[in-house]
Design a protein around this ligand. Sequence first.
Ligand code: SF4
Ligand code: SF4
Length: 253
Amino acid sequence: MEPRFACTACGKCCHGLLPLTLTDAVAHAVRFPLALVWTVMRSNAKSYDLATRLGTTVRLPNRKTVAVLIQPSAYLPNHFPCPALQPDNLCGIHADKPSRCRTMPFYPYREEKDQADLLVPRKGWECDVSAEAPVVYRNHAILDRADFDRERAELLEQAPVMRTYADYVLKYMPWIVNDLAKMAAAPAGGKLVTSLSSFLTATRRTDARELAAAQAPLMQALAERTRNDPALADFHKNYAGWAKEMERLAQRP
Ligand code: SF4
Ligand code: SF4
């Protein structure tokens, strides 16, 4: 049976971490609290070669090499709604929404032939996969592919910047390689999060002050919102620390 899919705009997938292209992260810096999210892929993983092109490769202390994707992301706890999600569950920035949202449910960090299981809605999602929904994927190919191609092109274009950032982090924060090794060894993998300020420093962005000024109030608000929830202690610590970093960076001459 050919996979069918239509979005019913239930808003369920508009929660938690949202990976963004770098272009979208910058464009929406007044809206999304930004961080860099690192994901390790072992050499036997599907789409490993693609991950080495979109991300970087890192040699671990055990001499194994892994691919590492570094995604600029809206950094939110799993159950927090996207700041652009409206009370009616519709997207408040539909005409201007990020590439990641346009390409849903497809995911250009994976090879096109490996997309079929993304068409099975996760628990609680209300995507229409009935016989009434349109066929969207046939013979391992995406039928309406403009958004997928656009997001993939943006990811390929930004890859050299992500590699520059990875080199910087591994040089100035060398202990991170041990964290990556732990993630590579864990059956469930894992994610490592680094700050926007380290990215702005590493890549010497000329708009660093403006981006920091946009981010500081978002980080402050989220630090407040997560202050008294022990389950969100890691988020709170990051938001509070990054709010100070962003304030300092915004005031730099
Ligand atoms: S930008 Fe819009 S579509 Fe994307 S996660 Fe937020 S509310 Fe959902
Ligand atoms: S979970 Fe499915 S139906 Fe709901 S908003 Fe996301 S893609 Fe659309």
